[in-house]
Write a protein that binds this ligand. Structure first.
Ligand code: ADP
Ligand code: MG
Length: 331
């Protein structure tokens, strides 16, 4: 098989606990991402889901080197981006882009849309086959806007239109990979589907790979080829989307799916998907991090708190990190 576009191996990102160092002698850290590995092929979408705080955004930022990881490697087209110098990284920016959840927060309110969309060319040089003005018109049309929008300010656009500008900015330099960090979570339900369809169309036209982050499974169901489920900084299940939704293998995936089986948001439950408090990523549980909230842990005789389960293939193309599957009975 051909080399993946992106190969992430044992990625770790820790943050120092704010303001604590002065008072304690030991330096404690937030284990935001803790040993994450996956591949992403050109043109593929990997959904990344998990409750708020599980490390999804940190993972996205570390992959793009917006924040350098603590350890691990990120190979893009076979080259380790964690070892690149500043100029190499700048060149890489045209290949790897990000779309944020809140397009309002990520667009400079004092700049016209035309200025926002010309910024990438000021940093990376003019587009190869057109003038900047022509390229901006092309980008606006690609995301369903018109040249009239170029002279507007962000506050003059709707939420959906602003996110279209965010997408146009990400597309400006013809990237191969876009990290989509909850790109529709802040939008009205009626607009979400339009923006998702736009992302899908653009993916097909430009052979884009997406790392598509969302906090619920329903949001990634129709866009993902494969899905990675994260819990407290780790991937607990990684599978093709069809298998994951038909036969979730990890108890946490099962709980997420049971809590939110309906794509219709009006029918979604408002309660947390799993009972019990989310443990602190500063002091995560030993062994399987999910054992404190898992309904199967008690039946495995202490193994879940003692031993870290590794991701292993439990069905073709489906990987889960759970001791249940070592005993040969899938739940
Ligand atoms: P998610 O996107 O899944 O909601 P994040 O990646 O934003 O999760 O955060 C993962 C963990 O890392 C959280 O506990 C969060 O508080 C912590 N964290 C994120 N960014 C920072 C930062 N810059 N400094 C300290 N802690 C951070
Ligand atoms: Mg986030």
């Amino acid at each position: 098989m051909s080399e993946p576009l992106l190969a992430v191996r044992d990625l770790v990102k820790q943050y120092p606990v704010q303001g604590e160092f002065a008072f304690t002698r030991t330096r404690r850290v937030v284990h935001a991402v803790d040993g994450v590995s996956f591949d992403l092929r050109a043109g593929e979408t990997l959904g990344v889901v998990g409750e708020s705080g599980c490390g999804k955004s940190t993972l996205g930022r570390a992959v793009l080197m917006l924040e350098p990881p603590t350890s691990g490697t990120v190979l893009f087209n076979g080259r380790d981006v964690t070892r690149m110098g500043a100029s190499e990284l700048r060149a890489l920016r045209s290949d790897m882009q990000i779309i944020f959840q809140d397009p309002y927060g990520s667009l400079n309110p004092r700049m016209r849309i035309s200025e926002i969309l010309s910024e990438p060319f000021e940093i990376h040089g003019p587009p190869s086959s057109a003038t900047v003005r022509e390229r901006i018109a092309e980008l606006l049309s690609a995301v369903g806007l018109t040249p009239l929008h170029a002279e507007r300010f962000p506050h003059e656009l709707s939420g959906g239109q602003r996110q279209r500008v965010g997408i146009a900015r990400a597309l400006a330099l013809n990237p191969r990979l876009i990290v989509c960090d909850e790109p529709v979570s802040a939008l009205d339900v009626s607009v979400q589907a339009q923006v998702l369809n736009l992302l899908k169309d653009l993916q097909r036209q430009h052979d884009l790979a997406y790392l598509f982050i969302a906090h619920g499974l329903a949001a990634v169901r129709h866009v993902s080829d494969r899905v990675a489920v994260m819990y407290l900084g780790r991937i607990v299940e990684l599978a093709d989307a069809t298998s994951l939704f038909a036969r979730p293998a990890h108890p946490y995936t099962q709980a997420l799916l049971a809590a939110n089986p309906k794509p219709d948001p009006r029918k979604r439950s408002e309660s947390a998907p799993v009972e019990g408090e989310m443990p602190s990523p500063v002091d995560p549980p030993s062994g399987c991090r999910f054992h404190t909230r898992c309904r199967f842990a008690a039946s495995l005789g202490g193994r879940c708190s003692a031993e870290t389960p590794l991701l292993k293939e439990v069905a073709p193309g489906q990987f889960a990190a759970c001791h249940l599957h070592d005993r040969g009975h899938a739940s």
